[in-house]
Design a protein around this ligand. Sequence first.
Ligand code: SAM
Length: 339
Amino acid sequence: MQTFINLPPQISESAARILSRSDARMLSVHAKELHERYLQGANPLQPHIQKPADCVAYLALRFPATYAQIASALSQIKERIPAWQPKSVLELGCGPGSGIWAAKSIWQSITSAIGVDREQPFLTLAQELHYDSKMALQATWVKSDIVKWVSSEDTTKYDLIIIPNVLNELPEEERAFVIEKVSAKSSGLVVVIEPGTAVGYNIVREVAREVEKTQHLVAPYVDNTFVESETYWIHFSQRFQRPEFQRRIRQSMRDSSLMASDWEDTKYSYVAWGNVPGEKAIWGLCIGRIEKLKGFLTVPVLTREGVTNARVLKRHKAIYNEAKNIRWGDTLEAPIETS
Ligand SMILES: C[S@@+](CC[C@H](N)C(=O)[O-])C[C@H]1O[C@@H](n2cnc3c(N)ncnc32)[C@H](O)[C@@H]1O
């Protein structure tokens, strides 16, 4: 059965209140422009966020999806290190704090958070969401460029560092620099998340390839082993319920009067590395939908040896019945019996 990851109610209600202060027509215009820029992909000469109204449009249009992606990636990671109890989180390029709210929902143990972003209007939104949510979390919002921030001499370490949907907005050399610097600020895990597109996956794969040389890969890779996969993007899918404010903005952007769907599947790629005790040993991770064909089904699996399509024959009833319930993102403790 498909599971949903929705914004926590207090955060969603706060976002709806913030959005109700905006003129609906102008919000729709800004959301359309923002949507167009996202479709075109990141371009340093044409940043996605160009004015304060773009931050509000992001909240209406993108925030529920990026929250779902991040929370989904973090819940996969939690499954791999079930006993870990991080206390602090740092989000680089935090926007409205999407990663911080997601981290707190996955690990209640988190009591302090820092969000870094160069856009003050985003930090102001994050502050208001935090205030309204009454979340038990000490939060600090820092206006800074990420490159400058990671270059600081400050030796404070953070249990969980997340960099969600940001690297694609940085020039390639800055990406490598941020990744190199950030591991030194981690006392636990660093997690990079990007959209589950070819571009996003390539960025994540490049990070994983570099990081594997000096760090311990935790997820999604198996047995801490990087796998070069050109043909199969390693990415995941998460369904979420669109909140009313997002449905309204989607509807206003449509040419058709047909109702915009009340749910969405959002795709993401991610990699996590660091040193956290209690890693669970697994054989594989399902990295796509199972495909049912005549007389058999196939399960795309990432193992330490690479990406494989495990084929299970229908006549092996018990194994087949078990395999048909495997979902995209599931960990597999033992090899699927194929024969
Ligand atoms: C797509 S948003 C992601 C926001 C949030 N992490 C999420 O996933 O919803 C990218 C964010 O990175 C910020 N950003 C991009 N380049 C930056 C830089 N060089 N320094 C600081 N912030 C930056 C933008 O202002 C924006 O808030």
